[in-house]
Design a protein. Structure first.
Length: 226
């Protein structure tokens, strides 16, 4: 059995502006995934039309709006690969992202997750915000404990569990916290392979909501340890 088939899951909500760039970034990979699954979380814009241009090269699933964690979980249910990658609908990958991560999983069979470094970049409409926060934040790639930066064995979702749909923000922080708590074997590649876009519609720019989400993650972690 081929144990290196990659299922790439793309959750999207009203992603018409950047979705095509994200999907083209997947199709530009030197190691193409076995399948690309786009889960539309109830978009009200032209997201379905953007997806339709790819025809049968993309598997399309639409659901009622339930949040990004629920959309990722729906993709996991549909996925047929032994390896799982997630791509956010407004981000980009280095062309060798999947190939380099797959090589590490092949070289180290005990590894369950490989994550890459992430570089932030900001759209022109956020120039003032970028300058206020300081350009140094853009020039320092960091290990990406976010879903779009990882390649994981499917089996890890059996040991860690799926995403908690109660978290509409910080769902990745909650899942990685659970993964580390249960001893998941993880490696960080010292390479920048993910480019995370910041724009006006980013939920990740809502700092107050993010802080509240992280408080919920910490609270959930404390409850698990009782």
């Amino acid at each position: 059995m081929n144990t290196h088939r990659i299922s790439c899951i793309v959750p999207v909500y009203n992603g018409e502006r950047f979705l095509v760039e994200a999907l083209d970034s997947i199709f530009a990979q030197s190691q193409l995934p076995f399948e690309i699954i786009v889960v539309d979380d109830g978009s009200t814009d032209s997201t379905p039309e953007a997806i339709a241009r790819y025809g049968k090269r993309v598997r399309y699933q639409r659901q009622e709006n339930a949040g990004p964690a629920a959309a990722r979980n729906a993709g996991l249910t549909l996925a047929g690969g032994e390896l799982i990658a997630f791509m956010d609908a407004d981000d980009l990958w280095h062309p060798d992202k999947l190939a380099l991560q797959l090589a590490r999983l092949r070289d180290r069979p005990e590894l369950q997750i490989v994550i890459a470094h992430v570089q932030n970049f900001w759209m022109p409409e956020l120039r003032e915000e970028e300058e206020r926060l300081g350009n140094h934040r853009l020039k320092t790639p960091l290990p990406g404990y976010v879903f779009q930066a990882m390649l994981a064995r499917r089996s890890v979702f059996e040991s860690v569990g799926r995403l908690n749909p109660a978290f509409h923000l910080s769902e990745d922080s909650d899942w990685f916290r659970r993964a580390l708590d249960c001893g998941t074997i993880l490696e960080v590649l010292p390479k920048t392979l993910v480019y995370r876009r910041f724009h006006l519609a980013n939920t990740s720019r809502n700092q107050q909501a993010l802080r509240a989400g992280l408080v919920d993650v910490v609270h959930a972690a404390l409850l698990r340890r009782r």
